[in-house]
Design a protein around this ligand. Structure first.
Ligand code: SF4
Ligand code: SF4
Length: 293
């Protein structure tokens, strides 16, 4: 089994649309994992059935037992996150402000404070519209620790791939270069970079590749909307060459991308000419992966 992670460095390059297209082309050969858990939207295109759902817990949250609390106020004064306000004549924990550091529990003189597991979101295992298994998640509002949830999504996807003897795991990674991206790169065999010919597109491509290089993972790049700025496309091609990154494809701007999305379809389910480009790209990716031990 080989794990392919699709990353973009910046949002808005068409990463998720292209990832979903690759997932449709791979069909039941692949397990699909949506690791863009902060803004998960791949389900809009893959139409999973949310068949299996489980709660995800990460970190802890302080809770005050009011029957024990003497209202001394020490915990409120010591909390560096101002997470214990005095409300309606009692000290209460604000769950949005509490960082779960546990210091209040240590300083409470009467042992009134407990640290409870914090529910951060849900993990789903679904069947997609093409019959493949998809592992995806949703963080609760204001929940943190998305890096841990990404790790959980990935480990479940790998488990599913091994149990079902699948050839690939296709991962839609998060934009940016932060903790969720680092988490999604862990254990990956190949990275597909999706960029666009803009100043920020090239800048963020360089940044994300700086992270990938540290993991020593082979990478290929798709330049989306390559014809909107030929000069910047040339600069991207020069960067790819200088870093030894495989140029997988250049995709022209096509309104069909947006039109297909409004119908909850990927571009490869339409008659757009881009469809053939993506079919060739998936074939090229498989060839590149076959060269990895
Ligand atoms: S666990 Fe830490 S952040 Fe949360 S209320 Fe206690 S001291 Fe404040
Ligand atoms: S330190 Fe303990 S007793 Fe004092 S206000 Fe906080 S919870 Fe109540």
């Amino acid at each position: 089994m080989k794990e392919i992670v699709v990353l973009s460095g910046k949002g808005g390059t068409g990463k998720t649309s292209i990832t979903a297209s690759l997932a449709v082309l791979a069909g039941t050969d692949a397990i699909v994992a949506d690791c863009d858990v902060d803004a998960a939207n791949m389900h809009l295109l893959m139409q999973p059935d949310f068949a299996v759902s489980s709660e995800f817990y990460s970190g802890v949250l302080a809770e005050i037992d009011q029957s024990v609390c003497t209202q001394c106020g020490i915990c409120s004064a010591k909390c560096r996150f101002d997470a214990i306000p005095f409300v309606n004549n009692k000290y209460v924990v604000n769950p949005l402000a509490c960082e779960g550091c546990g210091y209040c529990q240590k300083v409470c003189p009467v042992g009134a404070i407990s640290l409870l597991d914090r529910k951060s979101g849900h993990l789903y295992i679904s069947k997609t519209k093409v019959g493949s298994t998809m592992v995806h998640a949703r963080l609760d509002i204001a929940a943190e620790n998305s890096g841990k949830l990404v790790a959980k999504v990935k480990s479940e996807a790998q488990l599913q791939a091994n149990n079902q003897s699948k050839a690939f795991v296709i991962v839609d990674g998060s934009p940016g270069i932060g903790c969720p991206v680092v988490s999604s790169l862990s254990g990956a065999n190949y990275v597909v970079l999706v960029t666009e010919p803009t100043v920020s597109g090239l800048h963020d491509l360089e940044r994300i590749y700086g992270v990938i290089k540290r993991f020593r993972i082979k990478a290929g790049c798709i330049i989306n909307k390559h014809d909107i700025n030929p000069q910047k496309t040339e600069e991207i091609l020069e960067f790819l060459k200088s870093e030894g990154i495989v140029h997988l494809a250049s995709i022209p701007y096509d309104i069909a991308f947006t039109e297909s999305m409004t119908q909850a379809q990927t571009i490869v389910e339409t008659n757009s000419s881009v469809k053939n480009t993506l079919i060739e790209t998936w074939s090229r990716i498989k060839t590149e992966i076959s060269k990895i031990n």
